[in-house]
Each structure stands twice: as structure tokens, then as C-alpha cells.
Design a protein around this ligand. Structure first.
Ligand code: PLP
Length: 381
């Protein structure tokens, strides 16, 4: 049995995405910047993809800049805010993805940017009163960077409320939407974001392609210097094969959204209720149940010598999942998100089950049996 429960890290390519990319690879090899017919054909495909991708998010094509991944889109937003918009203060949380956290730390050190962290509760919910207090405190040019959904514990922020707050305090708003693009209908303008991010590989698209949404009120200068691609913002011949894959992945996600959501939510609910009824209060369901990604179920098991090897033992049974973010898998300090929400984080071993449309109830059952066999719990008298 090979079971993949790590779709928040990355997903398997959809066959229809492979077909779309293959077609582009074979027949559409011109450089979109060339003026001959091969180039014009490629340019036409590029701009059609951009226009149709923008439409999913109520955006105009010029607001979509293709990037190599989600990290690049997040980095670009923060860099643009500080280096071009003159932001001198960033408000964020300690539980952002490292694509944001590390960039903030890096840029703050270079440009003497003040960084304030908003409080989050044990469910990973942002304290909106604290956010408002921070916004009120100073009239410095500010960027608020809060992820739409936490990739480790699944908690969603009330994005429209945050957008409205930012608007009333004239702050720029960046939201890392990497885990929500393709899983929720999103309208960036209505959400009040100036910057958002997407990575195709989270939604059965290819690795190596994503986009940054940059609101039309902002006209950033070159981030990668060279030719005039991406309206001069990001030089380099466009990854048209990847863009076709991203376009197809988004079109599949949004046309099957309700069916896939129902299926995935059902698996998540089933796993959660089975785990809770078997392990009871020995385990902890992380995140905020009322406001969560339906793709992610984060569960903490008691930390002991046996359970610390759980991921490895599940892997031996053919079940692939992560403790948290795949990007931190090599790090030995555990999850910064779990540390950021629980004072006694080291008492727990977090496992993140993240599901996709291809998972089945049989796979969940197999995993549940494996957990019942492998997890060591305290026996209560
Ligand atoms: N932001 C979030 C919330 C993520 O989950 C990820 C990927 O794990 C990223 C950013 C980075 O995306 P990428 O791996 O495409 O650079």
C-alpha cells in the first residue's frame, strides 16, 4: 500500500495537467518575446493563460506576475513593499511560513525595518484587537503580512476583516494564499489584499511555477533584471509549459471545487472523529475547527520515545505524511508553528495529515489501523 497524505507539501500532477503541458511542450515552443509566428503563438498562449487565471480571482491580467514558486511570490511582495513602497514597519505573526518569516527577518536587518508580531491564540487565530492596537500605534508606512491559511495547522484568518482593518489604517496587506488558492473561491480585490501568492504544485500542477498577485494601485520596478518580460518586473524567458500546467490545474480545481471539497472534507472529518473516539484526550487536534482548511488535519500525539518515531514507522508502512511544513523537515527544532501556539510544545509530536481529491476512505482506514498499532498512549486506570 502506498498512501500519500502530504498534499499540503505538494501534490501529484493531474493527468489532464500533464496533457496540457505535453501539448505545449510539443507544439508551442516559440519564445513569447519573438515577433515571428512561433513567438506570437507562444505569446498568445501566455496572455490567454494570464487573462483566464486572473479571472478566477477577480483580477486584471496585469495584476498577475508569473513566478517560479510560492516562496518567490511571497519574497517579491515583501521586498517590493520595503524597497519600493517605502514600508518601514511590518506586522506579521511568528507562525507564518518560512517564505515570509525568513524574508521579513532578512529585509528588516538590511533596511532597519521595525517588525511587530501579532498575538495568536492556541488555535492559531490572529488576535484582531492586538492587530488594531499595533496599527493604531504608529503612522509609519506599514505592511501587514498574514497568511490566509496556516499550512501546518490549517487555521484560516478572517481575511476580509483583516483587509478592512488594513484599509482603514492605510496599511499595505500581503496574504500568503498558497494553501487556499484552488481550494476556495477568492477575489483578491474584495479580500482587500495588495499582494497574494500561488504555487501550482499545491493543486496538482507542476513544480517550478506560481504567481504573485500585485494590486494595480502598485507599480513595482524590476525584481529580476534583464529583458522586459512580465512587464519589466521579472526578466527571463517565461516558463510557458509550467504556465499552461498552472492554468489547467486552476481550471480543474475551480470547475470541480464543490465535489472535491465535499470528498476531501468527508475524509478529514472521518479521520478526525475516528482518531478522537479511539485516542480521546491523549491526542490534541491542532488549529481552529470552525475556521480551517478542509485539506489539513493536524494532530498532536504525546511525546515519548516510541511516538517520536511515528513518522518513520508510518513511512515504513507506506504512509507518507509530515510533522509540519516539508520545508522544515530537515530542521531538528521541531515546528515553529507548534512552538508559536503551545507553551508546552515539546510534550507533543505533531502529525499533519493533508488530503487531496485522490485519497480514499480505504486509505484513511489503513492509516487509522496503523496508528492504533503504532501509537503508544498512557493507559488510564
Ligand atoms: N507559503 C505556504 C503557506 C506554503 O505552504 C508553502 C509551501 O509549502 C509556501 C509558501 C512556499 O511555496 P513553494 O514551495 O512553492 O515555494
Amino acid at each position: 500500500m502506498a498512501i500519500y497524505f502530504d498534499s499540503a507539501a505538494t501534490t501529484q500532477l493531474d493527468d489532464k495537467v500533464i496533457e496540457a503541458m505535453y501539448e505545449c511542450m510539443k507544439d508551442n515552443y516559440g519564445n513569447p518575446s519573438s515577433t515571428h509566428s512561433f513567438g506570437r503563438k507562444a505569446k498568445n498562449t501566455l496572455e490567454t493563460c494570464r487573462r483566464e487565471i486572473a479571472a478566477y480571482f477577480g483580477a486584471s491580467p496585469s495584476e498577475i506576475t508569473f513566478t517560479s514558486c510560492g516562496t518567490e511570490a511571497d519574497n517579491l511582495a515583501i521586498k517590493c513593499a520595503v524597497e519600493e513602497l517605502g514600508v518601514t514597519r511590518i506586522i506579521s505573526t511568528e507562525i507564518e511560513h518560512k517564505a515570509v518569516l525568513s524574508m521579513i527577518k532578512n529585509i528588516a536587518a538590511i533596511h532597519s525595518v521595525e517588525v511587530n508580531y501579532v498575538n495568536v491564540n492556541e488555535d492559531g487565530q490572529v488576535d484582531l484587537n492586538h492587530l488594531e492596537e499595533l496599527l493604531e500605534k504608529s503612522d509609519q508606512k506599514t505592511l501587514v503580512s498574514l497568511m490566509h491559511a496556516n499550512n501546518e495547522i490549517g487555521t484560516l484568518i478572517p481575511i476580509k476583516k483583516v483587509g478592512d482593518l488594513c484599509k482603514s489604517y492605510k496599511a499595505y496587506f500581503h496574504s500568503d494564499t498558497v494553501q487556499t488558492v484552488g481550494h476556495f473561491p477568492l477575489n483578491f480585490e474584495e479580500m482587500g489584499v495588495h499582494f497574494a501568492a500561488c504555487a501550482a504544485h499545491k493543486i496538482h500542477g507542476p513544480k517550478g511555477i506560481g504567481f504573485a498577485y500585485i494590486n494595480k494601485s502598485i507599480t513595482p520596478k524590476s525584481m529580476i533584471i534583464g529583458g522586459g518580460q512580465e512587464r519589466g518586473l521579472r526578466a527571463g524567458t517565461e516558463n510557458l509549459i509550467g504556465i499552461c500546467g498552472l492554468h489547467k490545474a486552476l481550471s480543474l480545481s475551480y470547475s470541480n471545487l464543490e465535489t472535491d471539497k465535499k470528498h476531501i472534507s468527508g475524509l478529514r472529518e472521518y479521520m478526525k472523529s475516528e482518531l478522537t473516539s479511539y485516542f480521546g484526550d491523549q491526542i490534541r487536534i491542532n488549529g481552529c475547527e470552525e475556521n480551517s482548511l478542509y485539506t489539513v488535519l493536524s494532530v498532536s500525539f504525546p511525546n515519548n520515545d516510541n511516538n517520536s518515531l511515528l513518522l518513520f514507522k508510518l513511512d515504513m508502512k507506506g504512509i507518507g505524511l509530515s510533522g509540519g511544513s516539508a520545508c522544515n523537515s530537515g530542521a531538528d527544532q521541531g515546528s515553529h508553528v507548534i512552538r508559536g501556539i503551545y507553551p508546552n510544545a515539546s510534550d507533543y509530536i505533531p502529525l499533519r495529515f493533508s488530503f487531496c481529491k485522490n485519497n480514499t476512505k480505504e486509505e484513511v482506514d489503513f492509516c487509522l489501523e496503523a496508528l492504533k498499532e503504532l501509537v503508544e498512549i498512557k493507559v488510564t486506570a
